[in-house]
Every structure is written in structure tokens, then in C-alpha cells.
Design a protein around this ligand. Structure first.
Ligand code: SAH
Length: 410
């Protein structure tokens, strides 16, 4: 599959048309292979504008929100950037294509290691990854020209503000659950910050010492959006950037993303599993010949006052079949009749024990068997199937007749 074209289409649909203008961000999104940052098997979803699960209950942010954060971070070619919440590494990878150096911190060791491997494979050498609590920033590498936080904090962590250089931008989602707001803080002086609200978002929680903890008052009041919830686009950006950005208002409000995505995926898998089960069952049934000739459904027994007739309902053309007629004990001769239609389905090759007499009357053929008051008598008709297709005929014992149907496979 040509991923470059798919990627270009993703950038066109989900990024530029929605108001992202920064050429360096757009270029980075055209370059970084997002499919390399999603778990194996999810590649086909890599270019949907949806967050995807990357394990540990975390998600890779959706392309639009990453683009928005990067654009708002105003990255410059000479910048040193910090990302808090490396996750898959996708956002850091994008930033590394724009800025000079990226420091990226992630609390889950496995995710950090995987991200590091990805950067190595892709030859992105200007990214440093570290396992740790990003709510404390990365003091040794500070000051930063920009800090991008990819998980939502209860308040803006002090350490992050302190590690911003003068003029530095901090992009951070703040708040709980669906009440999260994306914020941009710009350091304008030693202790002066300009704060802007960039709209409503939905991120996984930033968990750490200066973030959400089990004892944080907001955490205990109501749990913040739990792992598994998502990064989503702002529902109401306050800094409309022309027609493209205004379109966001028309998009479904929150949440959008991995919850829906995994729900969809689960449903998809359920349908797939169900289909496989049905298919396998059918296959097994066919293999066992359960539905075919000789299977448990291939014969039927008709009950009549004077006895019963066991005959084939599923048969194969030109194959021998038996029809067993059982007469109840009687002191009178018994008569078994068939109509001409029966002889279109079957020809009678033999009767065991043989009949005493045969007659034709009213277009029917009758077979007469001697009386036996001692016990039931069984007579086997050896039949040869004739015309393929569904066949109906009349059979009778004494004065009673029944319709009998047989399907003869060609
Ligand atoms: N930017 C990522 C998305 C990350 S989702 C991407 O593009 O794939 C948020 C990440 O933040 C998760 O991986 C989560 O484990 C991490 N995280 C949460 N709290 C953290 C903290 N205090 N320090 C570092 N990482 C944290």
C-alpha cells in the first residue's frame, strides 16, 4: 500500500482543511509515518482522525489534535522542546522534524522503550526519551522553547512553567473528564505568563506528583477521565482561524476517539467471530454429512393407522435407497399402495419379503402382504432413485394415504 498518498490525504482532510496552516507542521505530518507508531494490526486505522490504543490504557493522539498543539507551540527550527507523555512517540517524532531537539518523558517504561526503538529505526536522532514523572518536567534539559503536555493535568504544574524559557510556550490540557480545556501559557517575564484558552479537549490524565494522584482532591471527588479515554479536538476553539477552524464547531462534541473506536472495533470483532463460528459450524456439518444422504435428517417416518413407513427425504440421484414399511399385527391381508408419481422418484428394485400379489386400481399400484396376527411385519422396498429434484408422491396403507416428499440431489 502506498502510505505516502494515504498520509497526504489524511493531512489534507484532517489537518489543512480544519485550519492548520503552519507549513512546518504540515510538512512534518506528511513525512512522519504514523502507521509505524500504532500497534501491529491497527495500521489500517493509522490515518483515521481518531486516537488509537497503544497499550497500558494509553492512546496515540488523533492527528488533528497533535497538529493543533504543534501549531500553537509555534515551533522554530532552532527550538528545544519537551513533550510530557511520549506515548507512542508520534507527537515527539513530528516535533523532531520541526525543532532542533526534543526531550520526551513518559511514565510507562514499556511505552518509552518502544518509542525509543521507533525513533532509532526511523533514524530520528534528535530525540531523547526518558522514563519518569513529567509533571516535574526535565530540569537538566531546561529551559525549553516549548513544552507540549499530552495528558491532562488538574492544574498547570509549577515545574513546567519554571522550565519555560522567556517567550517559551507551554501547551497543556487542564481539567478533568469532559471539562478539559487546552491552554497555552507564554512566558512573558520571570514570573509573568500570558494564558490563552484553545478550546475543549479530552485527554488521558497526567498522573504524577504534581498532577493527578489518588489523593488529589479533584481526583477523589470524581475520578478524572480514566485511562482509555482520549485526546480529542477542541469543541469550541476561541481563536477561530478562518473558515477551516470554524468547521470544528459542527463536528460532534466530545468525546470522540478511542472509546468509540474500541467499541467499534469490538463490535467488528464480535461480528467477525460470529461469522467464523457460523461458517465453521456449517463446514463441520457439511463435512459430517449431517445434512446429506445418510445423515440423521435424511430419513423420515410416516405414521399411519396400520403401521409406519420409513423413507428417504434426502437422497442422491441414481443411488439405491431402502423404504421400510412396518405393518402392525393383523389377521387380514395388508395392502401397501403407491401412486405413479412415486415411480418418478423411485423404481422398485426388490421387495423383501416379496409381496403375495400386486394389483393396479384407480391409477395406483397395490402390493398385498399376507396377514400375520403374531407380530409386526417389516417389509423392505429396495429403491433406485430416479429424477433429481424435489419430488412428492402418495403412499398408503389400507385405505389411508399420505404425501411423501423427497429431495434427490443431482
Ligand atoms: N503524544 C502521545 C500520546 C500520549 S497519551 C502520542 O502521540 O502517541 C499520554 C501519555 O502520557 C501516556 O502514554 C501516559 O502514560 C503519559 N503520562 C501520563 N502521566 C504522565 C506523567 N506524569 N509523566 C509522563 N508521562 C505521563
Amino acid at each position: 500500500m502506498d502510505m505516502t498518498r494515504i498520509r497526504d490525504r489524511m493531512v489534507e482532510h484532517h489537518v489543512t482543511r480544519r485550519g492548520i496552516r503552519d507549513p512546518s507542521v504540515i510538512e512534518a505530518m506528511r513525512t512522519v509515518p504514523r502507521e509505524k507508531f500504532v500497534p501491529p494490526g491497527s495500521e489500517e486505522f493509522a490515518y483515521e482522525d481518531a486516537p488509537l490504543s497503544i497499550g497500558e490504557g494509553q492512546t496515540i493522539s488523533q492527528p488533528f489534535i497533535v497538529a493543533l498543539m504543534l501549531e500553537k507551540a509555534n515551533l522554530d527550527a532552532g527550538d528545544t522542546v519537551l513533550e510530557v507523555g511520549t506515548g507512542s512517540g508520534y507527537a515527539s517524532a513530528l516535533m523532531s522534524r520541526v525543532a532542533r531537539h526534543v526531550y520526551s518523558i513518559e511514565r510507562h517504561e514499556r511505552l518509552a522503550l518502544e518509542a525509543k526503538e521507533r525513533f532509532e529505526k526511523l533514524g530520528y536522532r534528535n530525540i531523547d526519551v526518558r522514563v519518569g514523572d513529567g509533571s516535574k518536567g526535565w530540569a537538566e534539559a531546561a529551559p525549553f522553547d516549548a513544552i507540549v503536555v499530552s495528558a491532562s493535568a488538574p492544574e498547570v504544574p509549577t515545574a513546567l512553567k519554571e522550565q519555560l524559557g522567556l517567550g517559551g510556550r507551554l501547551i497543556i490540557p487542564v481539567g478533568r473528564g469532559e471539562g478539559q480545556r487546552l491552554k497555552r501559557l507564554t512566558r512573558t517575564g520571570d514570573a509573568a505568563f500570558e494564558e490563552e484558552d484553545l478550546g475543549g479537549v479530552l485527554f488521558v490524565p497526567l498522573i504524577g506528583e504534581d498532577a493527578w494522584t489518588a489523593t488529589h482532591p479533584m481526583y477523589t471527588a470524581t475520578a478524572p477521565s480514566l485511562p482509555g479515554t482520549v485526546a480529542s479536538e477542541p469543541s469550541s476553539p476561541h481563536d477561530g482561524q478562518g473558515a477551516g477552524m470554524r468547521k470544528i464547531d459542527k463536528l460532534p462534541a466530545l468525546p470522540e476517539g478511542v472509546l468509540d473506536h474500541s467499541e467499534f472495533q469490538q463490535r467488528f470483532w464480535a461480528v467477525q467471530r460470529f461469522s467464523w463460528i457460523v461458517f465453521t459450524l456449517l463446514l463441520v456439518i457439511c463435512l459430517l454429512g449431517l445434512l446429506g444422504r445418510g445423515g440423521p435428517f435424511s430419513r423420515q417416518t410416516l405414521l399411519l393407522p396400520e403401521g409406519s413407513v420409513d423413507f428417504p427425504v434426502i437422497s442422491r440421484w441414481n443411488a439405491p435407497e431402502d423404504m421400510t414399511v412396518t405393518f402392525t399385527p393383523s389377521s387380514e391381508d395388508r395392502v401397501f399402495t403407491i401412486d405413479p408419481a412415486f415411480l418418478q422418484s423411485f423404481s422398485v428394485q426388490g421387495i423383501d419379503p416379496p409381496q403375495k400379489a400386486t394389483f393396479a386400481r384407480d391409477g395406483r399400484i397395490g402390493y398385498v402382504f399376507p396377514a400375520d396376527p403374531a407380530g409386526p411385519t417389516q417389509i423392505v422396498f429396495r429403491l433406485q432413485t430416479q429424477l433429481p429434484g424435489p419430488r412428492r408422491a402418495l403412499i398408503g396403507m389400507g385405505g389411508e394415504t399420505r404425501t411423501q416428499s423427497t429431495f434427490i440431489f443431482p
